[in-house]
Design a protein around this ligand. Structure first.
Ligand code: ADP
Length: 233
């Protein structure tokens, strides 16, 4: 609760301060400052909305009230979309690459929007927990009757003893934000629950040398029965 309250208070304070400044009749604000303050209000409101959405989603998952719509999804196209979105806000010193991969990956049976949220969360975390920069690699590979997504970073890493706890609700390795990296501790909990609902799994391992590797395995979709396969021609 303290973590989430703190996360809510930071953007609220920024919005409040910016709005107060904009509303002061006794201040001559130049145009650049005026736009900057409006920008702060827009960005911080969007951050607030993200936090509230995560809180709502976690409570729906807890209550078993989340609807899951499982369909055939193109795993690579989906990963590409999430990577493209992340590339738009990549901090300096961090690079992000979706490996081409030699293996064809089959479509997966998942809820497309929810799977995008899971991958987006893993990639956003990889960026956020690489405060000193580094490379992030995304790889897709077939794994038996599953498709495996792999997100590897060279960031702060996760100690072996905490590898399962970070998926618990509200759990954060650095709750007092000594590195100044904020968060609610809900992202991995939500990801684990969403993945579990499509009969997949999610886990973390240390990366070679530095950082961590998050894995998500999603069941491959059965081939559509009424579509002629290459051997029926
Ligand atoms: P949040 O990022 O909002 O704190 P998450 O549930 O996404 O919440 O992650 C929980 C915790 O797991 C984080 O606070 C962080 O300590 C740790 N963590 C998640 N991803 C990474 C990563 N890629 N590298 C190092 N630590 C991570």
């Amino acid at each position: 609760m303290a973590t989430v309250s703190h996360e809510l208070r930071t953007p609220l304070a920024a919005i409040y301060g910016s709005a107060l400044t904009l509303g002061r009749g006794d201040l001559e604000l130049d145009e650049a400052l005026h736009s900057k303050l409006l920008e702060v209000i827009v960005e911080e409101s969007s951050r607030l909305a993200d936090i509230v959405n995560d809180l709502l989603l976690a409570s729906q998952l807890d209550a078993g009230r989340l609807h899951v719509h499982i369909e055939r999804c193109d795993a690579r196209a989906l990963a590409q979309l999430v990577v493209e979105a992340a590339l738009t806000h990549l901090p300096e010193g961090v690079s992000l690459e979706l490996e081409n991969g030699t293996d064809e990956v089959p479509p997966v049976a998942a809820d497309e929007g929810q799977l995008r949220q899971v991958l987006g969360n893993l990639i956003d975390n990889a960026i956020k927990y690489s405060p000193d920069g580094g490379g992030i690699q995304i790889r897709l590979e077939p794994a038996g009757d599953h498709v495996r997504f792999r997100v590897a970073d060279q960031g702060l890493g996760v100690p072996a003893a905490e590898e399962s706890r970070i998926f618990e609700k509200f759990y954060r390795l650095d709750p007092h934000m000594t590195r100044g990296i904020g968060g609610t501790g809900l992202g991995l909990y939500i990801s684990r629950e969403l993945v579990r609902r499509v009969k997949g799994r999610i886990w973390v391992e240390p990366n070679d040398g530095r950082g961590s590797v998050f894995y998500v395995e999603i069941p491959a979709s059965e081939p559509a029965k009424d579509r002629p396969g290459p051997d029926t021609w």
